[in-house]
Write a protein that binds this ligand. Structure first.
Ligand SMILES: [Cu+2]
Length: 549
């Protein structure tokens, strides 16, 4: 029997099983498995009861003990791009330290958590678990100062990240207590929605008859449908919502039921390997207000000055890896809503992310309540102990840039290398072996980083272990009152006078960020193709010696 069963299209959106900490501890046994279906490979995390991708729910300060068993087999759809990163599988054993990074080895990255980048916690550089190994134990505490919100887990073996994530290897980790950070969500029922992408179920189908006729479909260098800039046509990947597929070409929506005009907190993770989302909820085709309260796990009022901040938007852009948490008021009785993703212009070199439906929202008095509800009268969170990042003077400014290179300059169909380069260094695909950091920072400091995009497609900058503040976007100050861990960087065209960029304030103050870890593009075929760099955060200067710097 295939272990990674999936709901049928058009099904109601199931809620992932909740695994909650008790008495300050959550013990979880997960097995990662895969199976081939129609030329693609599904992946799943299964808990001891066979639930796929359970929600891990912990409070600040709780201990997570996660034992991971690897039961992977060789996937059917390893591409050239993935296999050219094959490393010497026999050089060192598995566990950690290990450099046996193969298509069947695995590990876990806890995206967004500020836990140390060390073995058995959140290291992805030296941790590799092979099939047949004894269960590998992850064990760490959710930091007391981790903002409450939506985080997630997924494998992070360099060169082999896209295939398992595209296959469904991802799940939510929720740090409880968002209602303590923002009273506006107190008492609301909450719903965890994980949007994943996957290989097209109907790759050879013509577009739906309801769509305008487009010029010939183009294929990009990765073999996906290239961005046509129209909002229509074949997408690069299909999407699913809590594993209910919504396949091209007709996008039969999944189903969500709500009580009439009920307010709920929707916690949405874009766990796609490469697909961007631009979410909207339509009633009678009219976009409804979405009350954004948190982004990338961080409450919008994180800087402490804005009270119970709710930012009302009609659409929310969500790059791969990012999260949005928003208040939605359901449709009145008798009206039907539609959760959609609007088209994202990924650039001339990007993939096609067209308009498509994800789920219908129907209202009825007897609609079941979501399983989880936020506390009605929460205790307020203790104030953040460190000064607001926006008020701290950076010790330096660095510039990094995303770029791409055809391996054969005159052959547009040749393989592509993907780089993220510190300005002044030589562009090179990420190589984990030498272990020489591209950047050395010091704990206790903050730095400003300018991230440029010198390629003609979007990239999503992500760094492990810490969050950053978005200072400028395309040269314009935004100075957001909250932090992110993943940010879109607009694409370059040769009509532009300068390379598009974002300016970020990087926070190296937390001692948990000491160590060696990575930053990369969260479009996983770019990451696998080399768009990753290494940073070492050194311990703070010994007190009393600081003046010698
Ligand atoms: Cu990228």
């Amino acid at each position: 029997m295939s272990p990674c069963q999936r709901p049928a299209e058009g099904n109601s959106v199931p809620e992932p099983e909740d695994l909650r900490s008790r008495n300050g501890e959550l013990r979880v046994d997960l097995t990662i498995r895969n199976n081939a279906v129609d030329g693609t490979t599904r992946y799943c995390y299964l808990d001891a009861n066979g639930n796929q991708s359970p929600n891990l729910r912990l409070k600040r300060g709780d201990l997570l003990i996660l034992k991971l068993k690897n039961e992977l087999t060789e996937p059917a759809n390893v591409t050239a791009n993935d296999s050219h990163h094959h490393m010497d599988a026999k050089s060192k054993g598995s566990g950690c330290p290990s450099d046996s990074m193969t298509a069947t080895s695995t590990n876990v990255h806890f995206h967004g958590l500020t836990v140390p980048p060390v073995c058995h916690q959140d290291d992805v550089l030296k941790t590799s678990i092979s099939p047949g190994d004894a269960p590998f134990e992850y064990k760490f505490r959710i930091p007391e100062n981790q903002p409450p919100g939506l985080y997630w887990y997924h494998p992070h073996i360099h060169g082999f990240t896209k295939v398992p994530v595209l296959g469904g290897a991802s799940g939510a980790l929720i740090v409880e207590g968002i209602e303590s950070a923002n009273k506006e969500v107190a008492g609301l029922p909450e719903r965890v929605l994980i949007i994943r992408d996957q290989d097209l179920l109907n790759p050879n189908a013509p577009p739906s008859k309801s769509e305008p006729v487009l010029p010939k479909m183009l294929i990009d260098r990765d073999g996906d449908a290239a961005n046509n800039g129209t909002g229509f046509g074949k997408p690069a990947k299909d999407l699913s919502i809590n594993f209910v597929p919504v396949p091209y070409p007709n996008y039969p929506p999944a189903a969500i039921k709500m009580k009439p005009e009920e307010r709920q907190l929707w916690r949405v993770l874009n766990a796609s390997a490469i697909s961007y989302l631009n979410l909207a909820v339509l009633f009678n085709r009219v976009p409804q207000p979405l009350g954004l309260v948190a982004l990338d796990g961080i409450p919008l009022n994180q800087n402490g000055t804005s009270g119970d901040l709710v930012s009302w938007q009609t659409h929310l852009g969500v790059p791969p890896g990012a999260r949005v948490e928003f208040i939605l008021k359901g449709p009145p009785l008798g009206q039907r809503g539609l959760l959609v993703t609007r088209t994202v212009d990924t650039g001339p070199g990007g993939e096609n992310d067209p308009n498509r439906a994800l789920a219908t929202i129907t209202s009825s008095e007897d609609a079941p309540e979501p399983r989880s509800k936020l506390a009605t009268s929460p205790k307020p969170l203790p104030p953040v102990s460190l000064p607001w990042l926006g008020d701290v003077t950076p010790v330096r400014t660095r510039k990094l840039y995303f770029s791409e290179k055809l391996l054969e300059a005159n052959n547009p169909n040749s393989a592509v290398e993907f780089y993220i380069t510190v300005d002044g260094q030589t562009p090179a695909p990420f190589d984990p072996r030498p272990g020489i950091p591209n950047i050395v920072a010091k704990q206790g400091t903050v730095e400003d980083w300018i991230i440029e995009n010198r390629s003609n497609e979007l990239h999503a900058f992500h760094i492990h272990q810490l969050h950053f503040m978005l200072l400028d976007y395309l040269g314009l100050p935004v100075n957001e009152p909250f932090l992110r861990d993943t940010v879109n960087v607009p694409y370059y065209t040769d009509r532009a006078l300068t390379y598009p960029s974002v300016r970020l304030r990087m926070d190296f103050r937390d001692p948990n960020a000491v160590g060696t870890f990575v930053y990369h593009c969260h479009l996983l075929e770019h990451e696998d193709g080399g768009m990753m760099g290494l940073i070492r955060v050194e311990p703070a200067d010994v007190p009393g010696r600081e003046q010698t710097r």
